[in-house]
Design a protein around this ligand. Structure first.
Ligand SMILES: [Zn+2]
Length: 303
């Protein structure tokens, strides 16, 4: 999951953000950071560190959890931190209602996280039906490439994301959640991974196709077509395999072959946007959203 269709996540976040109630206090930077979800941890091994372990598996762990368990229990922070300033008595309702007196920054981040959940839950079953294993990341890069055909030199798909220096409060949240749910002490790992993300994702973004052309030259002598260039996000890239399933061919997730669908990526994307708007509205109104999340994960959608 190198690229993890991260530009699609940011695009969904921007579309959802445009539909939200603008009268609320809102931190758009932390909202967009939330849209990256636990994918940020995948970048802790990019490049692979030589003298320490990486915590990529944390990203997998949060993707595989029941979302209701994660988003409920994640609030049950076992200890307060200087950054998050959460008190134990506030904690259980942290993520599922906005009644607790949370700083705006935190609720903005949680809303972004709900966007991440929605897109993953809607789209991952389709992606897994089309590409598993090493091909998964290249397929996601292809999706990002095709979703953004109108990009020009002036467009910056990462615009609005906060600088690494602003990630401290979010690092504190993930530190608490990782301790509570995974039994791991990971203070500083989110910030480290986010720094890597900003470097690697920008490196892989190829608005003019020049990096792709260079990568193809490098891989060609070794017969490794796409081994390098396949990870680059180049909006001009050909989609010979109809990665967005515009032809609406039937597909089913590998773990539930009976769940056949003919939805295209764009159908799923639109469905995720609708659900994200609904979840965020209810969360900010203080309604419980546990029922809507129960039995679903970011990795598989319906468990
Ligand atoms: Zn994800």
């Amino acid at each position: 999951m190198a690229m993890a269709y991260i530009l699609s996540h940011l695009e969904l976040g921007r579309r959802v953000n445009a539909r939200l109630d603008r009268s609320r206090n809102w931190d758009e930077g932390l909202f967009l950071l939330g849209c990256l979800g636990p994918d940020v941890f995948f970048y802790d091994r990019l490049p692979p560190p030589l003298f320490r372990r990486n915590e990529k598996k944390l990203g997998n762990a949060f993707h595989n959890m029941d979302a209701a368990s994660f988003l409920t229990a994640a609030g049950a922070s076992p200890r307060p931190t200087a950054h998050s300033s959460l008190r134990r008595e506030q904690a259980p309702a942290l993520l599922l209602t906005a009644h607790c007196p949370l700083p705006t920054a935190h609720s903005s981040y949680i809303c972004g996280l709900l966007c991440h959940f929605a897109l993953d839950a809607w789209v991952h079953p389709y992606i897994e039906s089309r590409a598993t294993g090493p091909a998964h990341s290249r397929f996601e890069a292809l999706i990002d490439s095709r979703l953004l055909p109108g990009f020009s030199e002036r467009d910056d798909p990462f615009a609005g994301l906060p600088p690494v220096s602003a990630a401290g409060p979010v690092d504190a949240l993930w530190t608490d959640w990782s301790a509570a749910l995974c039994g791991k002490k990971v203070a500083g790992v989110f910030t480290r991974s986010y720094r890597n993300f900003l470097t690697v994702a920008k490196l892989l973004f190829d608005p003019h196709g020049r990096k792709s052309a260079f990568a193809r030259c490098l891989e060609w002598p070794f017969g490794g077509k796409g081994k390098l260039s396949g990870f680059l996000v180049w909006p001009g890239r050909a989609d010979e395999d109809d990665c967005l399933n515009m032809g609406r061919k039937p597909w089913a997730p590998p773990w539930a072959r009976e769940r056949v669908s003919a939805s295209s990526f764009e159908d799923l994307f639109d469905g995720a946007a609708e659900e994200a708007v609904s979840l965020i509205g209810r969360y900010l109104d203080g309604d419980t959203i546990a029922n809507a999340l129960a039995g679903r994960s970011m990795q598989r959608g319906a468990l």
